[in-house]
Ligand binder design. Structure first.
Ligand code: NAP
Length: 276
């Protein structure tokens, strides 16, 4: 088993994830795994970094596929006895003018952004070593969507006692409510992406609390963040930040020094803790 520190970035064959891998290859003292659901796209991305003189390793990972997540988990367990840095970056967004019915957009978006990310956490968080760092890439869209929720929902999503099961129930209810076209009446905002990212931010707050309760002495720091508005296939060419600039906050959180005691359980944008 290797004692080398190891970092894993989900959805990193392009966009912000790719830029996070690039930065980690330069700054992280260990093995850096670029992961992708499609091995062809993943290996191409690794080769692109190779041309820049950077050495990333590749492992397949489709966060929608539990078998794929478990294969990565078993690989990390066997080769490294765990992992040191996990960046949950993989995500999807329908384009604004996409005519796919809203209920379908809700189901598909939540499936990857919330349920997929949660499944990765369920399988990989127990493997995170002491002083490990976990970064869940959320979005400012989570804050604006929170503002569009009913007072009752806002209270639940801001609660310091909400459980992961309760959050899963709420995310499932959103999808069900869109199918019945009652989501607005039930207090939800009209954004599937925004609600999926509320899920990611709140999940991070819960996970940080659980780490405090169950693994206090392990000094693991876990946060959600927004990368900013970044020029990628998701956000388009008019966005203000380059992918490398978008990677700055996630990489800052992934490389928090071992003597740092925070941020932890926060939502961070531009390297600054935001009020949730
Ligand atoms: P992007 O260019 O579309 O890249 C998304 C990445 O996620 C791709 O590598 C994609 O792989 C991967 N992915 C999607 N579904 C996956 C799955 N089921 N399993 C594994 N990988 C999967 O988007 P981006 O702008 O870099 O976004 C990265 C993250 O930042 C997302 O979580 C996004 O919500 C968040 N974010 C972005 C912005 C922005 O302005 N760009 C703002 C706020 C937050 P494929 O190539 O196979 O599709």
């Amino acid at each position: 088993m290797s004692n080398v520190p190891v970092a894993v970035v989900t959805g990193s064959n392009k966009g912000i994830g790719f830029a996070i891998v690039r930065a980690l290859c330069k700054q992280f003292p260990g093995d850096v795994y670029l992961t992708a659901r499609d091995p062809g796209r993943g290996r191409e991305a690794v080769a692109k970094l190779q041309e820049e003189g950077l050495h990333a390793l590749f492992h397949q990972l489709d966060i929608d596929d539990l078998q794929s997540i478990r294969a990565l988990r078993d690989f990390l367990k066997e080769k490294y006895g765990g992992l040191n840095v996990l960046v949950n970056n993989a995500g999807i967004a329908f384009k604004v003018h996409d005519t796919t019915p809203f209920a379908v957009q809700a189901e598909v978006t939540l499936k990857t952004n919330f349920f997929g990310t949660r499944n990765v956490c369920t399988e990989l968080l127990p493997l995170v070593k002491p002083y490990g760092r976990v970064v869940n890439v959320s979005s400012m869209a989570s804050s604006s969507a929170l503002g569009g929720c009913s007072r009752e929902l806002q209270q639940k999503f801001r609660s310091n006692t909400i459980t992961e099961d309760e959050l899963v129930e709420l995310m499932t209810k959103f999808v069900e409510d869109t199918k019945k076209s009652v989501h607005e009446r039930e207090g939800w905002p009209n954004t599937a992406y925004g609600v999926s990212k509320i899920g990611v931010t709140v999940l991070s707050r819960i996970q940080a609390r659980m780490l405090n309760e169950k693994r206090k002495g392990d000094h693991i720091l876990l946060n959600a963040c927004c990368p900013g508005w970044v020029r990628t296939d998701m956000a388009g060419p008019r966005a203000t930040k380059s992918p490398d600039e978008g990677a700055e906050t996630p990489v800052y959180l992934a490389l928090l020094p071992s003597d740092a005691d925070g941020p932890h359980g926060q939502f961070v944008s531009n390297k600054t803790v935001q009020t949730w």
